[in-house]
Design a protein around this ligand. Sequence first.
Ligand code: UTP
Length: 302
Amino acid sequence: MEPKETARPLPVRTAIFPVAGLGTRFLPATKATPKELLAVLDRPLIQFAIDEARAAGIERMIFVSHPSKSAIEKYVLHDAELDEQLCAKGKTEVAQKLRANALDAKAIDVRFVMQDEPLGLGHAVLCAADDALPGPVAVILPDDLILGDAGCLSEMIEAYERGGAGHMVATMQVEADAVSSYGILSVTGRDENVLWADGMVEKPDPDEAPSRQAVVGRYVLDGSIFDDLRNQKPGAGGEIQLTDAISRATPRVGLSGFRFSGQRYDCGSKVGMLQAILAYANSTTEFRNVIEDHNRGLLAAE
Ligand code: UTP
């Protein structure tokens, strides 16, 4: 779908973090620890997501969680007692780091809403409807980690606010044999990093895929998504699928893909998490040496 001649959209002020899923691919690690708190070395996935939203100037963050995952709330908010204990022990540097990581209620409006049953990503987003600010909303899936010089959401919002389509999804090019694992965009045109599209196909056969542009866990969605989700029937797996609601709205609000500049890791999978840890470790001198020493040891043993 070519860009429509529309007025510039309202600013993106809200980010929704769906964090209520079961994380079955990472069991048993996720039996008692929420997937979103699994760490890339010392940094929980949710921290990367929060920092990405903060860098994009988001005013309100809505965490759609589950009552059994209260550790997420504990992690996200400032812990005055821990802060005091650390300072009393002279660990002021780490206390300062925790303060910088935590969401300060004075600077960011933070909300937690509960999704009592994991009825699907679309349902999770719908749970945030009453708390979202007017205008388009961003959705960040914390287990899709995107590392790079520029935050993916900042790049996306900048492109979205130039106008053209009501729904924008982050996309990356995948190999032909991987298309059946993703939602794939039906691309009709391109303007630099923005791909115009007339729909998307969920997990197509490689022979039938309309492109190799796979949708990953960042979305900027027109505010009408909530009404569409309210009317959305269950799809694959009996779940309310976000992609179904986006597809249905495409003729009305338009759809584009955004080719982000960073590297994406599927940290909901063990392979993706390992790749992310290696990449993250490799980006610091301290840990790069550990990897190099390890590799040297392997070579010497051959
Ligand atoms: P996933 O499908 O990757 O998460 O959803 P999952 O279902 O927890 O994991 P697996 O497949 O069983 O291992 C992506 C994001 O959407 C959230 C998840 O918490 C994750 O952050 N989600 C998913 C919800 O909040 N609610 C749902 O009903 C489903």
